[in-house]
Design a protein around this ligand. Structure first.
Ligand code: TYM
Length: 336
């Protein structure tokens, strides 16, 4: 069976960007394919500690796993929940891949440049983070990895490392699908990048200070609606999907498309040429506040015990699969 795998860091509450870029696509894929694929949903808690954590990481991890259930994930025996730090093979394979990756390719990662801010004083984990991500994916021979567009470069790096390893040491890892094929598999027209509501040139990010720039998954539906109503648009006066010249308006159409599970071209077709930005904002505000109110109601009904039970099964499964793959890699490298 092939594997679909994803992880979302739980340093703090999630943004609507995390939710629409990675979590919801994963839930939709899992519900569609969990009879023919293994579905691995994990919390990359070792990735979390490269930067500050708001609150208690252990509790945040449980909360973020609840989000999948609150978004309608239908459980079955092919769905596995685990925490990265409970599967030591991730760190072990990361070290082996460190010895395959080059400084040059790792230094080119945009996320590294952004997160390190060009400072030598940044921790080494920030540099190493995409290699650990490659280990997360390759240990399970994952083919599809639902993620937002900002992480695509890390998939390409993972593909390069897997190919190089296989060529040098013998066929060991499944090379994940190309990002263009991942996008097709997810039924999207392009990778998803939800933008900052005030500065739509940037992606929506938890680390942005301005509250009105981002929608958090614990915002009240009313608060979220107000943030959308005050989103930056432009003065062109006509609705078009044009990221370069109308990033704010385009962002609203993208949000509408993902939230309403309608293709982007259909949403664009419906709004193209209209002139009332307020109407588009109102529609998006309604869709997002409806999503938040359903999500928050369901979230309140999920207990920690439910998640801990799932983790028990999931971590046993993950350790079994990951240890087998690690042993293969160790043998190929001459360590065993
Ligand atoms: P993280 O925790 O920064 O983000 C989690 C997911 O949310 C997506 N995302 C967005 N998508 C669209 N628009 C946005 N504004 C937006 N902001 C964030 C990210 O693309 C991501 O999919 N390294 C990863 C976590 C990770 C992982 C993995 C993912 C570790 N190992 C293995 C997949 C497979 C990260 O830091 O994502």
């Amino acid at each position: 069976m092939k594997t679909i795998l994803t992880g979302i860091r739980s340093n703090s509450e999630m943004t609507l960007g995390n939710y629409l870029g990675a979590l919801l696509p994963m839930v939709r894929l899992a519900n569609e394919h969990s009879d023919e694929y293994q579905i691995n949903i994990f919390v990359p808690d070792l990735h979390s500690i490269i930067s500050d954590v708001d609150g208690d990481l252990k509790k945040n991890s449980i909360r973020s796993l609840k989000y999948y259930l609150a978004s309608g994930l239908e459980l079955n025996e092919n769905i596995h929940f685990y925490r990265q730090s409970y599967v030591p093979a991730h760190s072990e394979l990361c070290w082996i891949l460190d010895c395959v990756a080059t400084m040059g390719e790792t230094s080119r990662m945009i996320q590294f440049k952004e997160k390190s801010n060009g400072q030598d004083s940044c921790n080494v984990g920030i540099f190493n983070y995409p290699i650990l991500m490659a280990a997360d994916i390759l240990l399970y021979d994952a083919t599809y990895v639902p993620i937002g567009e900002d992480q695509f470069q890390h998939i390409e790096l993972t593909r390069n490392l897997a190919t190089r390893f296989n060529n040098r040491f013998g066929e060991t890892f499944t090379v994940p699908a190309k990002t263009s094929d991942q996008v097709k598999f997810m039924g999207e027209e392009d990778g998803i990048r939800i933008r900052d509501l005030i500065n739509p040139e940037k992606k929506m990010s938890k680390s942005t200070k301005a509250e009105n720039s981002k929608i958090m998954m614990d915002d009240s539906p009313e608060r979220a609606a107000k943030k959308i109503m005050s989103a930056t648009t432009d003065s062109l006066g006509e609705i078009n999907f044009d990221i370069k010249n109308q990033p704010g308006i385009s962002n609203l159409m993208l949000i509408e498309s993902v939230v309403s599970n309608t293709s982007l071209s259909e949403v664009v077709e419906n709004w193209k040429g209209k002139t009332r930005y307020g109407e588009l904002k109102k529609k998006v505000a309604e869709s997002v506040s409806g999503l938040l109110s359903d999500f928050q109601n369901r979230l309140g009904q999920i207990t920690d015990e439910q998640i801990l039970d799932l983790l028990k099964e999931g971590e046993a499964y993950a350790n079994k699969i990951a240890n087998q793959k690690l042993l293969e890699a160790q043998k190929a490298f001459g360590l065993r």
